[in-house]
Design a protein around this ligand. Structure first.
Ligand code: CO
Length: 180
């Protein structure tokens, strides 16, 4: 089921999402929600979707990057779910790049984020998982986990880089699929 996407301005995007118990993760209602989130993300299309973006204030996000032309900092990421994530930024350095969001369609801005992160979370079977990520995947994780904490990329962007997608496309050979 493809669900409607909540747009910026809705308080659900600005509140802290609630953590789930392992029993809740395994419940049919949450399993169906996860399936609907994958379907909604793929239809958008996007490379990540957090539950608050479909109006559900729970600590769940789905991620999948089918990037077909990998480069040094971006490579395909298999579909997976992060639940109750704990994010650690691995200090080495920040990287600034343009990103967008399905809850602010048609815009993008440059956001500095850690190049390398560690995420501890539960998967869809309520099993503890540790994810080590670099590059674009690390950016997706930081963006989605921000959603679970009521944050949007516009809170972190370099404000003078804020652009419409149209304007950005006019200035770049290829708009990298930076929409989440
Ligand atoms: Co987003």
């Amino acid at each position: 089921m493809i669900l409607p996407l909540v747009q910026t301005g809705d308080p659900v995007l600005r509140n802290l999402a609630r953590a789930l118990t392992p029993a809740e993760v395994l419940s049919p209602v949450i399993q169906e929600l996860i399936a609907a989130m994958f379907e909604t993300m793929r239809a958008a299309p996007g490379v990540g979707l957090a539950a608050p973006q479909i109006g559900v204030p729970l600590q769940i996000a789905v991620i999948e990057d089918r990037m077909e032309a990998p480069d040094r900092e971006r490579f395909p990421v298999a579909p997976h779910v992060i639940i109750n994530p704990q994010l650690t930024l691995n200090g080495e350095r920040d990287v600034a790049f343009y990103e967008g969001c399905l809850s602010l369609p048609g815009f993008a801005a440059s956001v500095a984020r850690a190049r390398s992160v560690t995420v501890e979370c539960l998967n869809e079977r309520a099993e503890p998982v540790t994810i080590q990520a670099q590059g674009w995947y690390a950016r997706i994780l930081q963006h989605e986990i921000d959603h679970l904490n009521g944050m949007l990329y516009i809170d972190r962007m370099e404000s003078r880089t804020f652009t419409t997608r149209e304007s950005f496309e006019a200035r770049t050979i290829q708009f990298r699929q930076a929409i989440r």
